[in-house]
Design a protein around this ligand. Structure first.
Ligand SMILES: NC(=O)c1ccc[n+]([C@@H]2O[C@H](COP(=O)([O-])OP(=O)(O)OC[C@H]3O[C@@H](n4cnc5c(N)ncnc54)[C@H](O)[C@@H]3O)[C@@H](O)[C@H]2O)c1
Length: 438
């Protein structure tokens, strides 16, 4: 089938190559002409393992092409909207871009067309989509509108598309049910449980799944800080808890806090929605708070490790090398990156922060123009009083600490990701601390 996909971002491009692999032809459109120009030359605007090679391969086979024309080609009977839903004037998960894209499609297509919204919607998103289609009401028919949220994780997004935990489609009105079934059929070839439900419930499935995952991370982080105080090991504790199949091991990973474009925004979005409707949800509300408390606690702990007596005050005037700026490894995405929050809190405490990252420096500087960066780990670490590891890049497991130690002014390495090899750091004569691991 020929699919039209609006939004050449992380989700849009992964979805496009995923459908191309399943045998569909996909035309990808975006309002950003520079993105489309780059994609025509085989260069994706985001880093995702395997994405560039897949784009080049499917474009070469004419199964994938790129355009700035936001009207679907006549052969396409299904359009997929995967545009961004950033925090806007109306709060997190703004539907302004989704509504603009859907409105443009509704103006361009006939009643036999299906519009699939893959972007993450707030709970009132489906109602807003229905309102957009009101102009069609007089004719008694309208294009079908179906929601189909994406559950991928950046860094393993292509594999996540190919082996999803579930594929969910939401209908706006019962008349969209058949179109929802047709949307699930687009995924034929993948083995995953499927579900069709009303779009409100589907929006909540997406948001509530992410907030639950955020809560799991926040829980592991609180446990890590408890472990530091009582002398236990957070990985052992998480492994033991995770053996209970009612809980599971996944996402019980201590680190510098959750980040990215999904979890932080959606945790806030869900608690704002419940507050606005007078539904008390103290558990959901606490998730974002826990994440911030944790990141501030990491900064305080770094101060204590530098000088136990002075704590946070010990950071004033110190040079801190921050290894990793992306919100996780294998992506150049810095949206809501915990590394950038740590950099901010460190600066608030008077430290001088020099950050580095194998992929994300450019985007980090755009997100935080005050950030000082270095192109290499060696450059970031030279003259540093302490090293703070914030992203789990494999490169950081393979550093030559002997050479790095000689260029440091201080002797402390604090790893929040359990990626650095402790023995190598200690053999280099440095002090080593790992979050939740002693
Ligand atoms: N990134 C993730 O890990 C992830 C995972 C699951 C779901 N999501 C959701 O998927 C959606 C897309 O996220 P993303 O990370 O791919 O965003 P992104 O910022 O990487 O890309 C969004 C793209 O949409 C384009 N765009 C914006 N408005 C447009 C319009 N009116 N017409 C055409 N193009 C337009 C932008 O130019 C950009 O290229 C969001 O709702 C997000 O919450 C993201």
């Amino acid at each position: 089938m020929h699919l039209f996909l609006v939004g050449a971002g992380h989700v849009g491009l992964v979805t496009a190559v995923g459908f191309a692999k399943l045998g569909h032809r996909v035309t990808v459109a975006d309002i950003d002409a520079a993105r489309i120009e780059g994609l025509r030359g085989g260069i994706p605007p985001v880093f995702e393992p395997g994405l560039e090679a897949a784009i080049r391969a499917y474009a070469g086979q004419r199964r994938l092409d790129f355009t700035t024309d936001l009207r679907p080609p006549p052969e396409a009977s299904v359009s997929i909207v995967a545009v961004s839903t950033p925090t806007g004037r109306d709060g997190p998960l703004s539907t302004a871009n989704v509504e603009a894209a859907v409105r443009a499609l509704l103006d361009a297509v006939g009643p036999e067309h299906t519009i699939v919204v893959r972007s993450t919607l707030p709970v009132d998103g489906p109602a807003r989509l229905l309102a957009l289609a009101a102009g069609w009401a007089a004719t008694g028919e309208r294009p079908a509108i179906v929601t189909n949220p994406e559950f991928m994780r950046e860094g393993s997004a292509i594999a996540d598309f190919e082996t999803p935990n579930r594929i969910v489609a939401g209908w706006l009105e019962p008349r969209d049910h058949a179109a929802a079934e047709a949307v699930l059929a687009l995924y034929e070839g993948l083995h995953a449980p499927t579900m069709i439900a009303d779009a409100r419930s589907v929006a909540l499935i997406k948001l509530a799944s992410n907030v639950f995952l955020a809560a799991k991370v926040a829980y592991a982080n609180e446990l890590a800080r408890i472990c530091d105080v009582v002398g236990a090991d957070v990985d052992t504790v998480a492994a033991g808890i995770g053996m209970d199949t009612r809980i599971g091991r996944a996402f019980l990973n201590a680190g510098p806090g959750y980040g990215g474009s999904c979890l932080p925004e959606q945790a806030v979005a869900l608690s704002l929605v419940t507050a606005a409707r007078g539904v008390p949800t103290p558990l959901i509300d606490a998730v974002s708070h826990s994440n911030e408390v944790h990141q501030r606690a990491i900064v305080r702990r770094l101060g204590e490790l530098l000088d136990g007596e002075r704590g946070l005050a010990a950071l004033a005037g110190r040079r801190i090398a921050l290894l990793g700026l992306a919100f996780k490894a294998n992506t150049d995405d810095v949206r809501e990156s915990p590394a950038l929050s740590l950099a901010r809190y460190l600066r608030e405490a008077g430290a001088r922060v020099v950050g580095t990252d194998p992929r994300a420096i450019e985007k980090a500087l755009r997100a935080d123009p005050e950030l000082e960066t270095a192109d290499s780990v060696a450059e970031a670490i030279a003259g540093a009083d302490a090293v703070l590891v914030a992203t789990e890049w494999r490169d950081y497991a393979e550093l030559d600490w002997g050479a790095l130690a000689r260029s440091m002014a201080g002797d402390l390495v604090y790893d929040t990701r359990d990626i650095v090899v402790a023995e190598q750091v200690r053999e280099a004569g440095l002090r080593f601390a790992s979050l939740g691991r002693g």
